[in-house]
Ligand binder design. Structure first.
Ligand SMILES: *Cc1c(COP(=O)(O)O)cnc(C)c1O
Length: 359
């Protein structure tokens, strides 16, 4: 599919952009352009455009406002040591986007079109890479039901968009390890629900427990399973790994209530290459507490595209608080983070074919 290209008539002036890029934060600064593609029943995907980032004009009856038929992805473009630009396993994002689309009764977007959209946007906004250490261009592809219709059925019109946001460090505090609150009153996903789909609705449901975590002085919330309220699932937007002193690692299995993270999948492979034994099996909050207290559990890490690999230092559960290891970043966590970031920036050889150059 050919993209029509409309350069921004009044891009952000260079000096203003450079100032903003020195301290981009996360999710508040946006580049000049966006990609937009439409879908309509009987017509399929059409109208692919890379043009100025601008407000959308939507009928108040647009389906997404009422029944939340919306999915998204999150991936980063990384500046390489040689000045080039690369993506990390973007085909996995394209594939997962369609898996989410299937669950939300939305049309599939050809994987090549997903990838081409990202290439087009990064090319248009290649001056928007942050100048800060560890910075990247965060890409947000998403799709929503754009038909104006109040009946409850899958919409007959959709919009796919990609926007870009220069990103510094995800966690504001910049703390070496995060503190976690175990939600007692709320769950994230139930069997048969949408937990494995990357849809906005899952996040809407996580905001109250996340606010509770913040109010209790923690950074993030961890969810337990909805049936027994016993098994650890994941954070609002990150998967978890538990590292033991015998060289084994446990991560919760993909049973349909957990988001299948691409970082999660990459870490499983990297950990195995480090000689660690990784098991995908259920792990309970009581066991976590007991193992951490006894010292058998030495590290816990949270992972996802936005924050990469982040150590969990403290946990406050139903039976009080406990500390993981020394409460700071552990050895495996730090090593894995360095390896992954190194591969993403092509400072370490990419033996898996994970890095896709796009320049
Ligand atoms: C996106 C997401 C993750 C992490 O997935 P990555 O592919 O590693 O970025 C984990 N949990 C949830 C709920 C998510 O939405």
């Amino acid at each position: 599919m050919d993209f029509s290209s409309i350069p921004h008539p009044a891009p952000v002036p260079g000096e203003t952009r450079q100032q903003a890029l020195a301290d981009p934060g996360f999710g508040t600064l946006f580049s000049d352009h966006m990609v937009s593609i439409d879908w309509e029943e009987g017509k399929g995907w059409h109208n692919a455009t890379v043009g100025p980032r601008e407000p959308l004009s939507l009928d108040p009856a647009t389906a997404v406002f009422h029944y939340a038929q919306e999915i998204f992805e999150g991936l980063k473009a990384y500046k390489q040591a040689d000045g080039g630009i690369a993506l990390f396993r973007p085909e996995e994002n394209a594939r997962r986007f369609n898996a989410s689309a299937d669950r939300l009764a939305m049309p599939n977007l050809p994987e090549e079109l997903f990838l081409e959209s990202i290439r087009q946007l990064v090319k248009a906004d290649r001056d928007w890479f942050p100048s800060v250490d560890g910075g990247s261009l965060y890409l947000r592809p998403f799709m929503f039901a754009s038909e104006a219709f109040l009946g409850v059925r899958p919409a007959k019109k959709y919009k796919f968009l990609v926007i870009a946001s220069p990103a510094g460090n995800y966690f504001k505090s910049g703390a070496p390890a995060v503190s976690i609150w175990v939600s007692r009153n709320y769950t994230r996903a139930a069997p048969g629900g949408t937990g494995a789909a990357k849809c906005g609705g899952n996040y809407a449901a996580s905001l109250v427990p996340q606010a509770e975590a913040i109010a209790k002085g923690h950074d993030q919330v961890v969810f337990l399973d909805a049936v027994e309220k016993k098994w650890i699932e994941e954070l609002g937007g990150m998967n978890l790994f538990f590292v033991f002193d015998d060289g084994s690692v446990v991560t919760p299995p993909l049973t349909g209530t957990i988001l299948p993270g691409i970082t999660r999948d990459s870490l499983i492979q990297l950990l195995r290459e480090e000689g660690l034994q990784v098991r995908e099996e259920p792990y309970s909050i009581d066991q976590w507490r007991a193992d951490a207290t006894r010292g058998d559990l030495v590290e816990t890490m949270a992972c996802g595209t936005a924050a990469v690999v982040t150590p969990v230092g403290k946990v406050e559960g139903p039976d009080g608080a406990f500390t993981i290891g020394t409460g700071g970043p552990g050895q495996i966590t730090s090593k894995l983070r360095e390896r992954l970031v190194g591969i993403q920036r092509s400072e370490i050889a990419d033996t898996h074919g994970w890095v896709m150059r796009i320049d």
